[in-house]
Structure formats: structure tokens, C-alpha cells
Design a binder for this molecule. Structure first.
Ligand SMILES: Nc1ncnc2c1ncn2[C@@H]1O[C@H](COP(=O)(O)OP(=O)(O)OP(=O)(O)O)[C@@H](O)[C@H]1O
Ligand SMILES: *[C@@H]1O[C@H](CO)[C@@H](O)[C@H](O)[C@H]1NC(C)=O
Ligand SMILES: *[C@@H]1O[C@H](CO)[C@@H](O)[C@H](O)[C@H]1NC(C)=O
Ligand SMILES: *[C@@H]1O[C@H](CO)[C@@H](O)[C@H](O)[C@H]1NC(C)=O
Ligand SMILES: *[C@@H]1O[C@H](CO)[C@@H](O)[C@H](O)[C@H]1NC(C)=O
Ligand SMILES: *[C@@H]1O[C@H](CO)[C@@H](O)[C@H](O)[C@H]1NC(C)=O
Length: 663
């Protein structure tokens, strides 16, 4: 073989290797799945599965999971090298099945990406698409249409029920409330993403005018003439010549399944083929209770032994029932006074009406109520609990910590347990949480806190943590210190809330998985390695809180220049404060809305202390007792320079992945 034919052969192989995938998808990249049974052959990872009935479940009800499913071969999005991205069109039918009818987390997205590997992406608000450092980075080269059921302020989400078109990150280029414009009268109709109803979405990209069009409708309604929204974005800078199409989805701390029932796709100006609605798989029935696992496993196996299966199920249920009753008795004897009846809580909150909703967090919704007999104002937190193990210990613990009292702790008045729900009853804090007052994007009309108020709150929370860490019978770790967990009572004292709740998720976890409890931005770096909460991980979060209060900024600052695809960036508040300090003016990091009205030495102490507490090396952080001494002026802060604090940061200031994949 001459060297030139050899070269030619090589080139041909190279060419084949590159273009083969695009050819195997039909010429125009067209496909339609009306259900996924049989030879769907999707490339899946994480929690994704296709059920025997042909339903694609991207997540399976487990907490903090990602799930992805891609069309197995990549598609060619550019006709010739250097050309622009071709028009494409897709449509899919989805449903979100949360154990609750009024709460879910987090959502799913249709995605076009250069690779199927999203193993470094985070669950939760990152929807399995990116992580903190990669979010918004132009090198991600992904385009996504998200259906998001949680409002994440850091991504400027509209509400907790929206659709958005995203490029390279989680902040949408364009988004709108989930819903559609009725063809008959043109009025807008809201759709609830978490209604458990199947809905259809249409996404089109037109290369002539670089326009993205997104529409959605209930399954029985035809594609509405007026789209939900359109966005102008030239995807030629985003989508790679050859790219995968598929779905990404992620859960938070709620048992939810994100399902795709059908999907179609077409390239190059053709409309996505119609999905045959009659052939779509059935959604599992959700109410009144999710099917028990025992049923799910035994039924398919036991065609012959049906009676036996029923017997087993009956036995299990019976045992469960008696165990439950027994537990109830134990608790009643031991912790009687702290137990509320569901009836009282239901009445107090007027049946958990939305009008009484105070807010929703990672663990569940919080409702305001007034106890019928005592007229006492309460806040009721409604929490889902998935597993039965640990719940007994947890409740016992919750109740026993009900004994812990401190002036700066939101008092836990009691609990109530019902089916798969736990209700925690706290005293009501009329002034809400600190985050509402200190952030620029906060609701308009809330006054900002003066420096004196901020200082008072910081000292209050510090004294409460000294008490928990050192003065109670045994050291207690809070695990979820953050501005939204610091509430304000009538006298504007800071009170630490959500106390003990993080334990639930700790008990819940398999010791083999590295499941981190807490909130991204407040998690100490060592939690990434050990996932073991210590008093010093609380100190880290406290440091973040102090910086947040002093600077009026979130722990993760989002850079606003997001329209240019490559520049949207997340910056850690700590790094930003250090930067101000290195530039010679630490004090310029103080919240500008105070307009200079603050005590300079207190503010400078707060900033340095915040930095010291959130030091990446746990051993360099002070104890809460030392912190209290610094705040009281009983002890001077050690001499520090910005370099002392930033030296080891490069490799350590990476936030841990909260994926619970056991790896
Ligand atoms: N005792 C209370 N009194 C008054 N409002 C409360 C009380 N507890 C909570 N809230 C309100 O409910 C909102 C949601 O609280 P929740 O603790 O569930 O959420 P979070 O702190 O944002 O998240 P996480 O669940 O991760 O801690 C809070 O921001 C606060 O405004
Ligand atoms: C869900 O998927 C995860 C990841 O594959 C797996 O570890 C877990 O056991 C699954 N849970 C259920 C209920 O199937
Ligand atoms: C974040 O994602 C990027 C890109 O996928 C990856 O290179 C990086 O290692 C990830 N970072 C973390 C902390 O997982
Ligand atoms: C974007 O990601 C690339 C590759 O992962 C990395 O080299 C680059 O520094 C990142 N850019 C920003 C602004 O973070
Ligand atoms: C639809 O939902 C949005 C956001 O929650 C709300 O502002 C609007 O009033 C709702 N519209 C209708 C017609 O219910
Ligand atoms: C999109 O960008 C590509 C490359 O920059 C360009 O060739 C194409 O004309 C642009 N499309 C539109 C509609 O502007």
C-alpha cells in the first residue's frame, strides 16, 4: 500500500468516524416515540429508567438525584463546517408526579448538549445540567428548555411554576409562567406543572431569525397558535456541530418522579412529528397514597401466587399498623404534651390554605396559624418524610430538643405526624426572616435593617450557637444556618429557626452515600470529603451569614452580565470581600444601602470575623465561644491579612457535590 492510499484510507475512516452517528439518525434527524417500550434504546444515567409500561421516568422518587435520558446517537446540527445551526423542532409529553399535590422539586429540561456526560452536574436547582462553577460557562455549549417547579432567586426565577429557555446555565434567557393562551378567546390559562397531569411542550428553533419558540398545553388541547414565549438567541454560538438531544431532571428533598410519556424531534425546518396520544403509556395512580413498594415488587412476579402476595402485603401492612400504634403509644406517654392533633393544626391554618403560606423551603412549606383554643400564633412546617427508619429517633429527638430553650432560638412547640407527613409547630415570628430585609432583590417595601439591628442579630445568633455547641447537655449542631433560617421576633431579635430539621435527612441517609445536608453556599468545604457535620461546619455557615448580613449580598453572587453567553458567572461572596480587602478597602464591602451609616469598627470586625469563620480549613476557624468573645470585644481578633485567608482557597473553595450517588 502506498503511503498516499494509506493516508486516504485514514482520512476516510476519520470522516466516517465523525459523521457516522449523524447518518444513523435518519437524514433529517427525525424520530418519534409515542411511549418508550420496546426498542427505545435511550442512553440513560442516574435515576432514569423506562418502566415496563413504556414510561420514561427521569427520576425515581429518591432525594437529590439526577436522571438523564438521551437519544442514543448524536445528531448533526450544522450542515457544513462553520455554517450556522440548523432549525430544529421537538415536542414532548411530560408529567411530574410528586407525593404532594401542592409541592414538588425541582424539575426537568429538554437539552441539546455536546456530550451525554453530566456526571459532574448537581441535582436540586441545577436540574442535573451544571454545577456551581460550570453554571453559565460558555464552554458548556448546552441549550435547554426547563420546566421548573421551584423558585430560585439566585437564577432570577419568576416563580415556582415556570418554563424557561436556557443557554449554558440555569438562568433563563427568557421564561414565563407555565400555561398557554387559549385559541378561543386568547386568554392566558395557568397550568400547574406539578398537577400530575400529562402536558405537551413544543420547542422550535428557526435559524433564519435565530428565534426560539416555546409552547405548552394540556394533553387534550392542540398546540396553541400563540406561543408561551419566544426568545431571540443565535444558537450557532451555543450548539456544537454534532450534539445529543435528550432530557435532564433532578430532585431535591421531595419524593417526586419526573416522567416523559412521548417525544418527537425533527431537524432542518421540518416540524416535529405528531406524537400518537392514544399510544402513550399510562401514568401510575398517585392517590390516595403512593403504591407501597411491596405491591410494586410482588405483583408482577406473582401471577400464580396472587393470593400469597395479598397475604404478604396484608401481613406487612398489619405489622406496620401495629408498629405505628405502638410507637404512638410510646410517644404519647413520653412526650405527650408536645403532640398536636392534626385536627387542631388543620383548623389553625384554615386547612393549610395558600393564603396562610409563609414560605417554602427545601424541607417543605410553612404555614401561619392560630391555635383554636389558646389563640396562640404558630408557624407550622409541613415536611415530607420518605423512609420509616429514623423517623422514630428523629421525632423523639425533635421532641426532646423541644426542651432546649434560648432567647435566640425559635421555640419548637411540638409536632404532629400523619401518613407520610410530619408537622413541626414553631412559635410565630411576626417579622419574617432576615433574608427578606438584606438582599437587593428583596421584595420592595421591606425596610432595610440598620447597622445596629444587624449587629444585634449577629450577636444574638452567635450567643445561640454558643449555647447549642457548648452549653446544652451535649453538643448540638444546627447544620442549616443561613439568612432564611434566621427569623425576627417582635423586638427584631434574631432567632435561629429550623432547628434540628437537618437531622431528619441525616438519619434518612444510607451511611455509605455521601449525602450532604445543608444549603449550597453555606456548606463547609470539608463536607465534600467527609459529609460529617461538626460544630466547625456550623461556624463556617455562621461566617457566611455574617458576611451576608454585613454586605447585603448572597453567599453566591450572580454576575449580572448574563446575556453574553460566556460571561454569566457565579462569584463567591467570600472571594469578593477578600478582593475588596486586597484592594485596600475592606470596608467598601459593607452594604451600600446603609449609605455609610454604620459603626466602622464593628463593620470591619464583622467582615474579618465572617472571613475567618468561613476559612476553608476547619482548624483555622474559631469556636463559637471565641467568636462571642471577639464580638463582645473581650478578645481582639487575631492579626490577619487577606492573603492569610485566600492562600489555600484555589483548591479548597470548591463546593461539594451533593449528589447522593454513592460514588
Ligand atoms: N416560625 C416562623 N415564623 C414566621 N415565619 C416563618 C417561620 N418559620 C419559617 N417562616 C417563613 O417561612 C419561610 C420558609 O421557611 P423554611 O425554613 O421552610 O425555608 P428555608 O429556610 O428557605 O429553607 P430550608 O427548608 O432549606 O431551611 C421562611 O423564609 C420564613 O419567611
Ligand atoms: C433510584 O435511582 C437511584 C440511582 O440509580 C438508585 O440508587 C435508587 O435505588 C433508585 N430508587 C428506587 C426507589 O428505585
Ligand atoms: C463542574 O462541572 C465542570 C464541567 O462539567 C467540571 O469540569 C468540574 O469538575 C465540576 N466541578 C465540580 C466541583 O464538580
Ligand atoms: C469555563 O470552563 C472552562 C473549561 O472548563 C474553564 O477553562 C474556564 O476557566 C471557565 N470559565 C469561567 C469564566 O469560569
Ligand atoms: C397565573 O399565575 C401567575 C403566577 O402565579 C399569576 O400571577 C396569575 O394571576 C395567574 N393567572 C390566572 C389567570 O390565574
Ligand atoms: C448566527 O450566527 C452565525 C455565526 O455567527 C451567522 O452565520 C448567522 O447568520 C447568524 N444567524 C442569524 C439569524 O443572525
Amino acid at each position: 500500500m502506498s503511503s498516499s492510499t494509506f493516508l486516504l484510507l485514514h482520512l476516510q475512516l476519520l470522516y466516517l468516524g465523525l459523521s457516522l452517528p449523524a447518518i444513523t439518525a435518519s437524514d433529517d434527524g427525525r424520530f418519534v416515540y409515542s411511549g418508550f417500550s420496546g426498542g427505545a434504546n435511550l442512553a440513560m444515567d442516574g435515576a432514569s429508567t423506562v418502566t415496563p409500561g413504556g414510561l420514561l421516568e427521569l427520576t425515581n422518587g429518591t432525594d437529590q438525584q439526577n436522571g438523564h435520558a438521551f437519544y442514543p446517537t448524536p445528531l448533526r446540527f450544522v450542515r457544513s463546517p462553520g455554517g450556522s445551526v440548523l432549525s430544529f423542532s421537538t415536542s414532548f409529553v411530560f408529567a411530574i408526579l410528586s407525593v404532594y399535590t401542592d409541592l414538588s422539586a425541582h424539575g426537568l429540561a429538554f437539552v441539546v448538549a455536546p456530550s451525554r456526560d453530566f456526571s459532574t452536574a448537581l441535582p436540586g436547582q441545577f436540574l442535573g445540567l451544571a454545577n456551581i462553577s460550570s453554571n453559565g460557562n460558555g464552554s458548556n455549549h448546552f441549550f435547554a428548555v426547563e420546566l421548573d417547579t421551584i423558585q430560585n432567586k439566585e437564577f432570577d426565577d419568576l416563580n415556582a411554576n415556570h418554563a424557561g429557555a436556557n443557554v449554558n446555565g440555569l438562568r433563563s434567557e427568557q421564561s414565563y409562567y407555565a400555561g398557554y393562551y387559549d385559541d378561543k378567546d386568547g386568554s392566558f390559562r395557568n397550568l400547574s406543572l406539578i398537577s400530575r397531569e400529562a402536558m405537551q411542550v413544543w420547542v422550535d428553533y428557526d435559524d433564519k431569525d435565530a428565534q426560539i419558540t416555546v409552547a405548552m398545553a394540556p394533553l387534550k388541547v392542540a398546540r396553541p397558535a400563540r406561543p408561551l414565549f419566544t426568545a431571540i438567541y443565535n444558537l450557532t454560538t451555543v450548539i456544537t456541530d454534532v450534539a445529543y438531544v435528550g432530557f435532564s431532571s433532578a430532585t431535591g428533598t421531595i419524593n417526586v418522579r419526573h416522567c416523559i410519556l412521548g417525544w418527537s424531534f425533527a431537524m432542518n425546518g421540518l416540524a416535529a412529528p405528531a406524537i400518537d396520544v392514544a399510544k402513550l403509556p399510562k401514568l401510575p395512580r398517585m392517590s390516595p397514597k403512593p403504591r407501597s413498594k411491596t405491591l410494586e415488587i410482588t405483583l408482577p412476579v406473582a401471577t400464580a401466587g396472587f393470593v400469597l402476595a395479598v397475604g404478604i402485603v396484608g401481613f406487612v401492612l398489619l405489622r406496620r399498623h401495629s408498629r405505628y400504634a405502638e410507637l404512638r403509644e410510646d410517644w404519647e406517654v413520653e412526650f405527650g404534651p408536645h403532640r398536636f392533633s392534626y385536627k387542631d393544626l388543620h383548623r389553625a391554618t384554615q386547612g393549610f390554605k395558600n393564603k396562610n403560606l409563609l414560605g417554602a423551603g427545601g424541607f417543605g412549606r410553612v404555614y401561619k396559624g392560630i391555635l383554636p383554643a389558646s389563640k396562640l400564633e404558630i408557624a407550622v412546617k409541613r415536611v415530607s418524610h420518605e423512609s420509616k427508619q429514623g423517623i422514630k429517633e428523629f421525632v423523639a429527638e425533635v421532641v426532646s430538643i423541644g426542651r432546649i430553650q434560648h432567647h435566640n432560638l425559635v421555640k419548637l412547640l411540638g409536632y404532629c405526624r400523619r401518613r407520610r407527613e410530619l408537622f413541626l409547630v414553631y412559635e410565630y415570628m411576626p417579622n419574617g426572616s432576615v433574608d427578606k430585609y438584606i438582599h437587593i432583590s428583596s421584595e420592595e417595601g421591606t425596610p432595610i435593617l440598620t447597622w445596629a439591628q444587624r449587629w444585634h442579630i449577629i450577636k444574638g445568633i452567635a450567643s445561640c450557637l454558643v449555647y447549642l455547641h457548648e452549653e446544652w447537655e451535649k453538643a448540638i449542631i444546627h447544620r442549616d444556618i443561613k439568612a432564611s433560617n434566621v427569623l425576627l421576633d417582635v423586638d427584631m431579635n434574631g432567632r435561629l429557626g429550623d432547628f434540628g430539621l437537618a437531622r431528619l435527612y441525616d438519619h434518612d441517609t444510607d451511611p455509605q452515600t455521601t449525602h450532604v445536608v445543608g444549603t449550597i453556599g453555606y456548606l463547609a468545604p470539608e463536607l465534600g470529603h467527609t459529609s460529617k457535620a461538626t460544630p466547625l461546619t456550623d461556624v463556617f455557615a455562621f461566617g457566611m451569614f455574617v458576611l451576608e448580613v454585613a454586605c447585603g449580598q448572597r453567599p453566591i453572587i450572580t454576575n449580572q452580565r448574563s446575556l453574553d453567553s460566556s460571561s454569566s458567572q457565579l462569584l463567591l461572596l467570600v472571594d469578593w470581600v477578600l478582593e475588596q480587602w486586597s484592594n485596600g478597602s475592606l470596608i467598601s464591602a459593607v452594604d451600600s444601602r446603609l449609605e455609610g451609616n454604620y459603626n466602622v469598627s464593628e463593620a470591619s470586625l464583622a467582615l474579618k470575623l465572617g472571613l475567618l469563620c468561613s476559612h476553608p480549613f476547619a482548624n483555622a476557624r474559631p469556636s463559637m465561644r471565641q467568636v462571642m468573645h471577639y464580638l463582645d470585644g473581650a478578645m481582639p481578633l487575631p492579626e490577619m491579612t487577606p492573603t492569610d485567608l485566600s492562600l489555600p482557597l484555589q483548591q479548597n473553595r470548591q463546593l461539594p457535590s451533593t449528589k447522593a450517588d454513592g460514588s
